[in-house]
Design a protein around this ligand. Structure first.
Ligand SMILES: Nc1nc2c(c(=O)[nH]1)N[C@H]1C(S)=C(S)[C@@H](COP(=O)(O)O)O[C@H]1N2
Ligand SMILES: [Mo]
Length: 419
């Protein structure tokens, strides 16, 4: 695993600064004689780049550590692999396009939009083939939704394993999609009375397929061509992907090239051998589409230790539910003995990420931090023990159990479990 060891050294730097000043001070207070204030830095004494230097902007050079990361041992081959969103470096609810985790079964298809086509066929009155320009003549909508891979947190079923919320929870992103409701395209083709299921297929080398029930397609699925206002990134399915709000990421077919309409599910690889949940009794649950209510504390966390002493501490994280909005998030600092109401801030949207904060005065003692989300359906995020009682430990999918971070007196955090 590529891991980061920034925390302790940053901490050392801060401590050093304090020692030089010779006096203890409150977090964030100004210090008389501070060199960074008295001496003008180069960015104040020299002209900066002009507007022609950066036609497509990128983050500050000092943010170079904020990036997607993979776990080398998870997959033998980077072409059929996954990397993870750096949740601990983000705030608010929107994932920047360049940081959205990627999951490819056969690498990134580089599709020429002029050559791209979407076919709708099968149980329809009029089989149709759309160009990208055709799509843009349908009324379009904007929707903010999370996409979570069903395997997110899948390595944690048997116990705490990966040290960082990027790795335990980073198979999720949340962006604004612009696209056309799939219903409009199906209406154009005209559904036959016995139409019940759809089979979207990707245009990548995996030609990935999933059976999607018609009721979902008519309800809220989109064919999206923009994310956060700009064209989809190649990694996310450029020029168009299927959006299946609240349902497992595997169904969100990228580089979509055709949709077959049928009267029953196809039982292809991704819904039989994969993306089914093997129970303790050896039977498997299939078509477990919804992503249940879940949350995680992103700061502090193993990759984002506390870098100050006792006093005001901001605990923050994200929560989401594939069944609606998040109604409440609770935070505990003592492993679940006492729960406190966290503050949800920012938009609370259907099947979208929510941001929560819990601010308190840290006494500098070790913490067992957990968050627990409750969704608009009243579903409560379960403990990992409770989840295992029902589901066993054979599964890798749909682990929405409560995450624990053990924070030590020096501010460093690690992935643990409490029972
Ligand atoms: N055509 C195609 N679509 C695909 C995949 C793929 O490999 N090929 N991977 C699926 C899986 S398993 C997930 S979790 C999501 C990941 O979407 P992302 O790469 O935008 O994060 O895309 C889904 N759609
Ligand atoms: Mo996935």
């Amino acid at each position: 695993m590529e891991s980061e060891k920034r925390g302790p050294s940053r901490r050392g730097f801060l401590t050093g600064g304090l020692a030089m000043g010779g006096a203890a001070m409150a977090a964030g207070a100004a210090q008389a004689g501070e060199k960074a204030i008295l001496e003008l830095p180069p960015w104040t004494t020299q002209l900066g780049d002009g507007v022609d230097a950066r036609p497509y902007g990128t983050p500050s050079q000092f943010e170079a550590h904020v990036r997607r990361r993979n776990v080398a041992w998870l997959t033998a081959d980077p072409v059929s692999s996954v990397n993870f969103t750096p949740l601990h470096e983000l705030d608010g609810i929107i994932t920047p396009n360049g940081l959205c985790f990627e999951r490819h079964h056969s690498g990134i298809a580089e599709v020429d939009p002029a050559e791209w086509r979407l076919m709708i066929h099968g149980l329809v009155e009029k089989p149709l083939v759309f160009t990208l320009e055709d799509l843009k003549r349908f009324p379009r909508v904007n929707r903010i939704h999370f996409l979570e891979c069903a395997a997110n947190s899948g390595m944690e079923w048997r116990g705490a394993q990966l040290n960082g919320c990027q790795f335990t929870h980073g198979m999720i992103h949340n962006v604004m999609y612009t696209g056309v409701p799939l219903k409009a395209l199906l209406d154009e083709a005209g559904l036959k009375p016995n139409a019940k299921w759809l089979l979207p297929e990707g245009g990548d080398a995996a030609a990935m397929t999933r059976s999607v029930p018609l009721f979902k397609a008519l309800d809220d699925c989109l064919i999206a061509f923009k994310m956060n206002g700009e064209a989809l990134r190649p990694e996310q399915g450029y020029p168009a992907r299927l959006v299946v709000p609240g349902w497992e990421g595997n169904m969100w077919v990228k580089w979509i090239r055709r949709i077959e309409v049928g009267d029953q599910p196809w039982h292809h690889r991704e819904e039989t051998s994969k993306y089914t949940d093997l129970m303790a009794n050896g039977q498997a649950r299939r078509f477990t589409w919804e992503m249940d209510v879940k949350s995680v504390i992103t700061n502090p966390s193993p990759q984002a230790p506390i870098v100050h002493g006792p006093g005001p501490l901001v605990v923050t994280g994200v929560a989401w539910s594939g069944r609606g909005t998040v109604r409440e998030v609770h935070v505990t600092t003592d492993g679940g003995n006492n729960w406190h109401q966290a503050r949800i801030d920012g938009p609370s949207l259907d099947r979208s990420m929510h941001r929560f904060y819990y601010e308190f005065d840290w006494d500098g003692k070790p913490l067992l931090l957990q968050s627990r989300a409750v969704d608009s359906e009243g579903m409560v995020q379960p403990t990992k023990d409770r989840l295992r009682e029902v589901r066993g430990v054979n599964s890798i999918y749909h682990n929405n159990g409560i995450q624990t971070w053990h924070v030590r007196e020096n501010g460093e955090a690690e992935n643990v479990e409490v029972s």
